[in-house]
Design a protein. Sequence first.
Length: 128
Amino acid sequence: MLKLTYIEDGLHLERMTASLDVLIAQRVLLALRAGQKLYVEPGNAAFLLPADAPGLTHLELALKLDRSQSITVTPVDTAFIEVSLQGSWIAEDAAAHEGMFITAFSDRAEFFVYKLWQMTQLQVSSFL
């Protein structure tokens, strides 16, 4: 499972071992115990990656083998591609800009999405 955390400073992507159901149940229980509101809905998330990212062909092959429609890779322009994911949005309210997006698909596809994102983050941090 992949967990995308949207915060004021940007996006953080993690690969998790827990199932979607367990993570959602834990988050609901935490909100109830803390007396907080919680909003959960099916949705989509997307992020950009460089079109020349090393390993992109491995992800595209994994997606062909997976035959799942929960991940799509779309060219944006000559420099970037967009990775779109289907999953569940969890936040304090429907209009929140900060929250958590969780999704699950094949281990192979998750691995390549995570590795591509991780490699591009290392490239971005080396420019700063």
